[in-house]
Write a protein that binds this ligand. Structure first.
Ligand SMILES: Cc1ncc(COP(=O)(O)O)c(C=O)c1O
Length: 450
């Protein structure tokens, strides 16, 4: 259906347009090659479309300005890290105030208990700890789960993503668990650490957990890292029943599904996990994550937590729970990601899906757009049931072209997602700008080919 020669030629035009629009970024990219691996401070930044990354000058609310003075509607929002919108005055004020009184001391600050209470209120789990990133929090809860159950393996969903956690970079190849394509230097074979099951398949989960070697199931209530794959009706209840029956701890990773509401999908859908991880936006952009646990889990962990060797237990970290991070979370949770913020952001995501699905329908394309709260994403197939079906529809060339077309016209989408995230700082006109440029891109691709 997509004419690949036409796609390649349109892409070439957009690459040139990108170069013309970004001379200062090109210069800085050249300088960065001198001393930064691949010219970037973090590997994923090479995934932006265009021959080099755009260098950012400033970001505020839902707007980002690059060093060439180009302004963008930011639908990437730091791949969820800035889901609240950028440069929030309340967070900035709290950071300045806290930083001037000491940032990290290895002692609790008064904000810690306020934040834990607020997380308990939002997510329904009574007891909390902190981490520097959602990756770290996931590593810690997996370790706790293996400790509590005495079982060696963890279970995850096929095509999940939970950060750079070794055990979770695994997919199914037929019945075999193998390293996820692209995973660099696995420390041990994931087949020894991990069980992988397809999303939305209760029988497969039941069969695998019945083998008795699984400590925990770590999952997103909806997959958000291979497009958005929603749970089928009754699936999450069945997951809870099956995990309980097999003595497997259920961990909800709400790092992205926080887009479903102030207490993530767990609160929105009345879920009842044993542990819960949330990261990215809760610090308004400051690196911090949290994990909550049931009273039963907390009770079982209270012994080891007070043990003499807890500093070498493999959980925690020197800067973890620092006063600056907790001040950031307090300021963020008291002024953002609340019911009223979602009430403003979710209708914008609905408007986005309406705009995108109208274009898909107009051209009779076999694509779909899915939404979860204030997050929406289009994908190049009908709604898939599991991660493998979604992965089969990945189209890097098409995705790269659409992203570059949008970027060149002032709309930023997250690389490696066709995702748009909305905050209360966005406006209906921002959504309409995306709908317009998306329509133009698809028309250029499809009409010209017809
Ligand atoms: C569901 C989920 N959990 C955890 C993480 C890891 O977050 P971080 O990269 O901030 O450690 C990600 C990152 O995208 C994620 O999508």
């Amino acid at each position: 259906m997509i004419d690949r020669d036409l796609l390649a030629s349109l892409r070439r035009d957009e690459e040139q347009r990108f170069v013309d629009l970004h001379p200062r970024s090109a210069h800085l990219a050249g300088e960065a090659e001198r001393s930064l691996l691949a010219g970037v401070p973090m590997p994923w930044m090479t995934r932006w479309p265009g021959g080099f990354p755009v260098f950012v000058e400033a970001a505020s609310g839902a707007r980002l300005t690059d060093v060439d003075g180009n302004e963008y509607v930011d639908l990437c929002l730091g791949d969820t890290g800035a889901m609240t919108g950028h440069a929030l005055p309340q967070v900035t004020e709290a950071l300045v105030s806290r930083a001037s009184r000491g940032i990290t001391t290895m002692l609790p600050s008064p904000d810690a208990a306020w934040v834990a209470d607020e997380l308990a209120r939002r997510f329904g789990l009574p007891t909390w700890q902190f981490a520097m990133s959602a990756t770290d929090a996931n590593r810690f809860v997996l370790r706790f789960a293996r400790h509590l159950t005495g079982r060696p393996r963890v279970a995850v969903m096929d095509w999940c993503y939970h950060g750079t956690v070794d055990e979770t970079l695994a997919v199914l190849d037929g019945d075999r668990v193998v390293a996820r394509p692209g995973a660099l230097g696995p420390q041990v074979s994931v087949a020894d650490t991990t069980a992988v099951v397809p999303f939305n398949d209760v029988d497969a989960l039941d069969r695998r957990l019945a083998q008795g070697d699984i400590a925990c199931l770590l999952m997103e209530p909806a997959l958000t890292n291979i497009g958005i794959v929603l749970p089928e009706s009754g699936y999450l209840d069945a997951v809870r029943e099956v995990t309980r029956r097999h003595g497997v701890l259920l961990i909800n990773d709400e790092t992205h599904t926080l887009c479903a509401g102030p207490g993530g999908a767990t609160a929105a859908w009345g879920l009842d996990p044993d542990l819960l991880v949330v990261g990215k936006p809760i610090g308004g952009g400051i690196p911090v994550a949290a994990y909550g646990m049931s009273a039963e889990v907390a009770d079982q962990l209270s012994g080891p937590m007070k043990g003499h060797e807890i500093d070498v237990a493999g959980v925690g970290g020197t800067l973890t729970g620092n006063a600056l991070a907790l001040a950031a979370v307090r300021a963020t949770l008291s002024s953002c990601l609340r019911e009223e913020d979602f009430a403003a952001a979710v209708p914008l995501a609905v408007r986005f899906t309406d705009g995108v699905s109208a274009v898909i329908a107009e051209h009779g394309l076999p694509w779909h757009v899915q939404r979860l709260g204030c997050r929406a994403e289009y994908w190049f197939c009908p709604p898939p049931r599991d991660g493998a079906a979604a992965a089969a529809a990945v189209d890097e060339e098409l995705e790269g072209f659409l992203h570059l077309w949008c970027l060149n016209r002032g709309v930023l989408l997250t690389p490696f997602h066709n995702m748009a995230l909305f905050s209360p700082s966005h406006h209906a006109a921002d959504v309409d700008r995306h709908s317009e440029v998306f329509a133009e891109a698809v028309t250029a691709l499809v009409r010209a080919a017809a």
